[in-house]
Design a binder for this molecule. Structure first.
Ligand code: ZN
Length: 177
């Protein structure tokens, strides 16, 4: 029997709105992350070719934000590290040191990665070297910009409620779920 492909997962307004929230946060932050910055990071970690800083895998497909965008992390040196997909997907928005030592199914500790504490120290030293600190939106934006952002968030929350109410009514009427 041929395997049947997985049906598409149903997207939700909540998912779409969290993407929008992420886009707003990202666009109201700094992004200085071209090839020279990327190469400098690899040099800092002493890597000839990219390796995942969390587990050492040479299968690096991504750059991970140590401080997630939703917590104000920006796309700049000191906050970006090369990561494999498995680590990036498993870590999500948990602080890296907490996740690396956790019993999460795919954490470096659970996977038996050698030298987890040394890896954590190296990442902490990297953050310190570039003096990376989260800059709060309150410091990034002018009072007027902050006010506009607040209004947008109120508007979005109203639109989201209207969409969810429409979907709930539709489901009640049709029995669709
Ligand atoms: Zn990894």
């Amino acid at each position: 029997m041929h395997p049947i492909p997985r049906p598409p997962s149903r997207t939700t307004p909540g998912f779409a709105f969290s993407g929008l929230e992420r886009a707003i946060s990202e666009c109201l932050g700094r992004r200085a992350f071209k090839k020279p910055e990327q190469e400098e990071i690899l040099r800092h970690f002493g890597q000839q070719t990219a390796q995942c800083v969390f587990c050492g895998s040479p299968k690096v497909e991504r750059w991970d934000h140590l401080v997630p965008i939703k917590d104000g992390g920006e796309t700049v040196i000191g906050n970006m590290v090369p990561a494999c997909a498995q680590c990036d997907d498993s870590k999500r928005d948990v602080p890296f040191d907490e996740w690396m030592r956790s019993n999460n199914e795919f954490s470096p500790k659970s996977r038996g990665v050698p030298g987890v504490e040394g890896r954590i120290a190296a990442i902490q030293a990297y953050v310190a070297h570039y003096s990376y600190q989260v800059v709060d939106l309150e410091q990034r934006l002018t009072p007027d910009e902050l006010k506009r952002l607040g209004e947008i968030r109120d508007d979005l929350s109203g639109v989201r409620k209207k969409i969810e109410s429409l979907i709930a009514d539709f489901r009640k009427r049709t029995g669709e779920n």
